[in-house]
Design a protein around this ligand. Sequence first.
Ligand code: BG6
Ligand code: MG
Length: 223
Amino acid sequence: MRERQGGTRMKYKGIIFDLDGVICSTDECHYQAWKKLADEIGAAGFNREDNARQRGVSRMESLEVVLEKAPHQYTQEEKAALAEHKNEMYRQLLANMSPADLSHEVKDTLDALRAKGLLLAIGSSSKNAPFILDRIGLGDYFDKISDGNNISHSKPHPEVFLLAAEYLGLAPADCLVVEDAVSGVDAGIVGGFDTAAIGYASTYHKATYHLKTFSDLLTIVEG
Ligand code: BG6
Ligand code: MG
């Protein structure tokens, strides 16, 4: 623990946030785009339970979840084209986003965490993370960004969080990971991080903390 502003003791030195479904609701845009693709290729049974398994995992692994319900087999080349097509549909939804899609609660909480002296990073499997952060007005906000562009393994592998901690110059034990995905909580645990689960993962028993709302972080970080 270290002494911080006003003498308050902080449990952590840094916080690593997942992006989709934690900082903003792009998890819903992912679902809408995958659903459209599923309908186009006749994977009609694709549903929100399937979508839950796509949380935190890479684009190609997410595609495999849709293809489990497809009536056809696809070559690697065709799969790459399907993933690209989904990404185009997804980016069309992202293009409509603006700073209004960042909630006041999330922004105010981030500002308050920073004012407590905590370093803030993104740890996301998404290759669209920089674009999304720009859209919602957080392009230059985080101290460090670790995302789908710099990793070889997606969650539940801990690589994205380990890199984020390394970029911050902190040990995993000094960082809290905030996640809405079961795969993300598992990744945090394997990497040696405490985890705060929110949204879809908020009842996942393996998480260190269970958030009812984003601003609960403010009490968690105080030792
Ligand atoms: C994660 C999402 O944040 O990013 C996954 O939870 C998604 O569902 C992954 O597959 C990759 O996203 P993108 O934007 O690179 O296709
Ligand atoms: Mg997420």
